[in-house]
Design a protein around this ligand. Structure first.
Ligand code: FHN
Length: 518
């Protein structure tokens, strides 16, 4: 036995040497020891290495996974954030030369309407959001139950909503307002303990020379009499419509505008939790690498999958305007971004608002699949949120005040989606808490949870704590509910069941897709 322990120690020393020198060198050492120390040492060493080599490889994966889990922790617990699209385009509000923009979000008005650079820049002289109040924006987000805000620091029109030395095309230098809204927002976020992230259009930039431009046909803007000529020009100039856009190369634009601006954004605003890239149009690997390198300025920053495809996956997938099916979930973190009406940037004529019910159901649906909901506001040019958005934020907030326990820090459902609602899950001391968000309260008072076989330890209404009786049936667990739903939109039942449960994942080859990026 002592012989074995001695040889094992020798083998462990050998393993340490191997860990230091790795691969080819390690084989050489084994060979040398084989002759020096005999077959026993080597065999034990090989046994140890063999049995643990998976573990060695695994342990670095595990360390990386742990670090990633730690980085993502706040984000996974948050589940709900506010997206803000705000810039000079809000001033136009979807209208140019008396024509309503034919297609797309109003933040695209410069491209879709093919507004010349100088004309578009003249709108900044009217952009004076004197009613902007960072405190009130952040409070509205907080009261709605949102845990983070992502704002367009620069959208595709290239207009910086912050003071920048990299271009005069910014809110401080080009508008009568003259103040850095991101500074004020950063202070308010800090005050209210809301995480702040910046959206940055890294490739498309229609005003700073050299930026890219996704090609859109003039018919997507207005019935411009010069359509044929303009469309021919954009076809010949990679989507650009004004010669001023191409007086520099893309590489120059990256070095002179994008890199310095991202550096400013990550250096001058305190803690930044998310860099939300958008869109990778004509992005080069070299440019992506330069931008990605800047992220070290904010340790722990989370980024999305839109820097450049496919080699820069970032931390989160970003399905846009849609909620993936459970079958598409692939274990990656994901966030659905969505408009409240039909546009990201403010458009005065868009009254196609989603109902409170739709928005709350979306939040429950997304949480039930383990994702985050990034819900957009397109502020008006005066700096206020549209009334319809304010109303919806308030309604969601009221629901969250009672039911947020079913959303924050939850995991995806262990059961397939139900006809009557959605489910989220939390682990608790070897058992599982299920939160059932009931959208359609059963008329006969019997709610069936198909497929749930675990023993029920407790069942109650989250809103009041009222105990719910349960019994088993062939179809699943049956809950006997009071006649009236506690909440007309979604009432939450809290079930504690015995044992651990894991995420439901139907077998499928599909993955979460981001959708078309303009
Ligand atoms: O082109 C943009 C669009 O204007 C908006 O910013 C959305 C938000 O996700 N992203 C792009 C399209 O994918």
């Amino acid at each position: 036995m002592r012989f074995f322990i001695k040889k094992q120690n020798e083998a462990l020393n050998l393993k340490n040497i191997i860990m230091k020198f790795r691969s080819v060198r390690c084989v050489k050492i084994i060979m040398r020891l084989l002759t020096a120390n005999g077959l026993t040492v080597c065999l034990i060493a090989l046994l140890l290495i063999g049995s643990r080599s998976g573990l060695f490889a695994q342990s670095s994966v595990t360390t990386n996974k742990n670090a990633q889990d730690q980085k993502m922790q706040w984000w996974r617990q948050a589940r709900f954030g506010m997206f803000i699209h705000w810039g000079v385009y809000a001033q136009l509000a979807g209208v140019y030369k008396g024509h309503s923009q034919a297609r797309g979000g109003a933040e695209w008005i410069m491209n879709r309407m093919k507004i010349p650079v100088k004309s578009y820049q003249s709108f900044a002289k009217q952009f004076n959001p004197v009613k902007f109040n960072a405190d009130s924006w952040v409070r509205m987000a907080k009261e709605a139950g949102m845990k983070y805000i992502i704002i367009t620091a620069k959208h595709h029109d290239g207009f910086a909503m912050f003071g920048t030395h990299a271009s005069p095309w910014n809110i401080v230098d080009a508008t009568p307002y003259g103040k850095d809204v991101l500074k004020m927002l950063a202070e308010a976020c800090k005050k209210y303990d809301i995480r702040l992230g910046f959206y940055y259009s890294q490739a498309q930039d229609w005003n700073n020379p050299g930026g890219s431009a996704a090609r859109k046909l003039t018919r997507e803007g207005w019935p411009n009499p010069d359509s044929a000529k303009i469309d021919a020009y954009t076809a010949a100039h990679h989507g650009h419509w004004d010669p001023l856009q191409t007086t520099a190369s893309f590489a120059d634009y990256i070095d002179r505008v994008a890199v310095p601006q991202v550096k400013e954004l990550l250096s001058n605003y305190g803690k930044i939790s998310v860099l939300w890239w958008d869109t990778p149009t004509n992005m080069t690997r070299e440019a992506a690498e330069k931008l990605q390198a800047l992220l070290k300025l904010q340790p722990g920053i989370i980024t999305n999958d839109r820097l450049k495809r496919p080699d820069f996956p970032g931390d989160t997938k970003t399905p846009e305007q849609k909620i993936p099916d459970a079958a598409a979930l692939d274990g990656k973190d994901w966030e659905t971004c969505m408009t409240m009406n039909g546009t990201w940037g403010y458009r005065a004529s868009d009254h196609n608002w989603k109902s409170d019910t739709t928005l709350i159901h979306n939040l429950c649906d997304i949480a039930s699949k383990g994702g985050n909901y990034l819900l957009n506001i397109g502020p008006k040019p005066d700096g206020t949120f549209p009334e319809a958005s304010v109303d919806r934020l308030r309604e969601i907030g009221q629901w969250m005040k009672v039911n947020s326990e079913a959303i924050y820090a939850t995991n995806a459902s262990p059961l397939p989606p139900f006809d009557w609602g959605r489910c989220t899950r939390k682990a608790e001391k070897g058992n599982t808490i299920l939160y059932l968000s009931v959208f359609h309260w059963p008329a006969d008072g019997k709610l069936i949870v198909p497929g749930l076989k675990n023993k029920v330890l407790a069942a109650s209404l989250l809103a009041s704590g009222k105990v719910i009786s349960t019994n088993k049936s062939k179809q699943g667990l049956v809950l006997t509910l009071p006649a009236k739903a506690p909440d007309p939109i979604a009432s939450v039942i809290k079930l504690v069941v015995q044992g651990e449960m894991t995420t439901y994942h139907p077998k499928s080859n599909s993955t979460i897709s981001t959708g078309a990026l303009d």
